[in-house]
Write a protein of this length. Structure first.
Length: 640
């Protein structure tokens, strides 16, 4: 299928990446790019006239990722030029413009899929079934942080109108549009007529026209209530969720993660790519997952926001000003309470109640006694090139010092502590570039992701079951992982174990960049990225000291220390060479495929204990920590 992409200097870059991924699978061809300022280096036709580009290239599908106020005219023009359309959300800034696109769909008989990616999640249709009883109401909680630059990223950012044209770039209508659409989808409120009454409370802490902190309560035609509270002024990013209220039970749907939590267990689901679904619709009539008509309920809310009075400014005394952003301290707790109680911000006393409501965000964390020592996170905001995967971050000493780092400038695909492999049957589960023999590192459309099946609490931590999914959706491997925390004298110990099993009916082949000719780059397996700004970094084993001496050595334990913290890594099942970096950045992990590919015929099991301590441990103290707090490690072998 020949595809053109309109709007490629913002979120449209992700669509370009997706077209290239589908092209690598033989399903799509990038035929052209439409933009008023197309990037250089394109090897396809480009220009600012979308209908002309469609006719010139013979494109069968057009992806439109332009500013919101251009959606209706561009979508109608693309349809009338003969292309099916994937239209980024929201489809239009008013019901009138929504109906104009609907008229073009009816006139042409072509498909218009709306880019609410979360509605491609298999968790949406499963939510009611997993709740196990009739749905009474839905609460929605969302708390993200946005810098000042977010509101100046384009002329229409943070605006309700631009040059007399409706733009509607607010928290409810753009960044948290997926939350609203997901709630309406679970409730079955797809059409404009599905939504009855709407209550709105729109606020802004930033100096913008639109809302950055808001509540909405929707009364659906069938009597179901949806209460939504969101903010872009949180002190940190959280994973937003739908709180599903049944008659006697409740559940949470984390729509960015495709996960549902019920009775303490998280269940993961797959997701169908919306462009892939559109191409299947063109090819063989596969029903669209998010046809334009299915987004009428969302457009009804957007239209109500368009007609509402301007957002109310939040008094400065409730706002904390930081160098790059504004924060409403405690807004996360209010959002959690609002979703639980189906309340609005004003009903909870906002803004005077900021900081007074202390409701913890539902997250997975490791604890030693009552002290939280690590968050176990699966982020929903990562791109394909990050090779998304569950990881531990932040990890803290008992004294509170953070000893992990995520997405540092030097390697944006490093994520705290977890399992990552550069090449699994040709798929990149490390993130970033792929090393190609005789060519060097290249960004390829070959990134995989670790998708959760179930996450269950066990004593001291969690048991996580994961699928390692390749770029074409094939499950290449299954992983069973356990991670627990326990006291270790004045420190604490993380016990981390995993088993990888192939799922393609043939042996699993793991490789590092070193296997392909990059000397010393044997990384892959369990990997811990430590903070780069730590003073006094050093590394040693029981036999040697210094990065050059211990890199590649095969010995049971290794210590990475700084003036403020110490990490003692002990291999307790399996014994692999240590991959070590200190000078360039601090990172440590046993390497599964040090120089040669590792073929896994049945299953591969590895386990480690990491002692996390405050202060700088001496070699003698590190050895004592190993003896006292780690299971018996394997015997040392010669470096290889």
């Amino acid at each position: 299928m020949r595809v053109v992409v309109a709007g490629v200097n913002g979120y449209g870059r992700n669509h370009l990446e997706n077209v290239r991924r589908l092209a690598a699978a033989g399903r799509a061809e990038l035929a052209g790019v439409c933009d008023i300022a197309p990037p250089s280096g394109l090897d396809v036709p480009s220009g600012p006239d979308l209908p002309a580009l469609i006719r010139e290239t013979g494109a069968e599908a057009a992806v439109i990722a332009t500013p919101i106020h251009t959606h209706a005219p561009l979508a109608a023009a693309a349809l009338r030029a003969g292309a099916h359309v994937l239209l980024e959300k929201p489809p239009a800034p008013s019901v009138a413009e929504f109906r104009a696109i609907s008229a073009a769909v009816a006139e042409t008989g072509l498909g218009c899929q709306v880019g609410f990616q979360a509605l491609g999640s298999h968790a949406i249709p499963a939510a009611r079934e997993l709740l196990g009883e009739p749905l009474r109401a839905i609460g929605v909680a969302g708390a993200w942080t946005r810098p000042f630059s977010y509101f100046t990223r384009s002329p229409w950012a943070g605006r309700r109108r631009l040059d007399g044209v409706d733009v509607m770039d607010g928290a409810l209508t753009n960044p948290f549009a997926h939350a609203v659409a997901s709630a309406l989808a679970v409730a079955g409120a797809d059409t404009v007529d599905s939504v009855g009454g709407i209550e709105l409370e729109l606020f802004r802490a930033n100096e913008i026209e639109s809302d950055d902190t808001s509540s909405a309560r929707l009364r659906l035609a069938d009597g179901t209530d949806i209460a939504i509270t969101v903010s872009l002024c949180s002190a940190r990013r959280t994973e937003p969720y739908l709180h599903l209220h049944g008659e006697t039970r409740s559940a949470r749907l984390f729509y960015t993660l495709d996960e549902i939590e019920a009775d303490g267990v998280r269940t993961g689901f797959g997701r169908t790519d919306l462009l892939g679904n559109l191409l299947a619709h063109i090819r063989d009539g596969t029903p669209l997952l998010v046809p334009l008509a299915r987004t009428g309920g969302f457009t009804r809310l957007l239209d109500a926001i368009r007609l509402a009075p301007p957002p109310r400014p939040v008094e400065k005394r409730f706002v904390r000003t930081e160098p790059s952003r504004l924060v409403l301290p405690g807004i996360e707790g209010l959002a959690v309470r609002a979703a639980r109680d189906l309340a609005t911000l004003s009903e909870l006393g906002f803004p005077g109640s900021l900081g007074a409501v202390r409701e913890p965000w539902p997250e997975t964390a490791l604890r030693v006694g009552a002290r939280e020592v690590a968050s176990y996170v699966q982020r929903g905001d990562l791109q394909a090139t990050d090779a998304p995967r569950p990881h531990l971050h932040p990890v803290r000493t008992l004294g509170g010092t953070v000893v992990t780092e995520t997405q540092p400038d030097d390697h944006v695909h490093h994520f705290g502590a977890g399992v990552a492999v550069a090449d699994v049957d040709g798929a990149n589960f490390w993130g970033g570039s792929t090393y190609v023999r005789d060519e060097g590192p290249k960004i390829l459309p070959n990134h995989g992701r670790q998708r959760r099946r179930t996450l269950r609490p066990i004593p001291g931590g969690y048991a996580d079951a994961l699928d390692w999914v390749g770029p074409d959706g094939t499950v290449l491997a299954a992983e069973e992982r356990t991670l627990t925390a326990r006291p270790a004298g004045d420190a604490w110990a993380l016990d981390f174990a995993f088993t990888l099993t192939g799922r393609t009916g043939k042996p699993l082949v793991l490789q590092s960049s070193a296997c392909k000719g990059r000397a010393g780059a044997g990384y892959g397996g369990f990997f811990w990225r430590a903070p780069k700004d730590s003073a006094g970094l050093a590394v040693f084993t029981g036999e040697a000291a210094g990065e050059e001496a211990v890199h590649g050595s095969v010995t049971p334990w290794l210590a990475l220390v700084s003036d403020a913290w110490s990490l003692v890594f002990v291999q307790t099942a399996g014994l692999d060479p240590w991959f070590v970096r200190v000078a360039q950045y601090p990172g440590v992990g046993p390497a599964l495929a040090w120089e040669k590919p590792l073929t896994v015929a049945e299953g591969l099991t590895r386990a480690l204990t990491v002692v996390v301590a405050d202060g700088r441990l001496t070699p003698g103290q590190a050895r004592e920590a190993v003896s006292a707090h780690a299971p018996s490690p394997g015997a040392p072998r010669s470096p290889r």
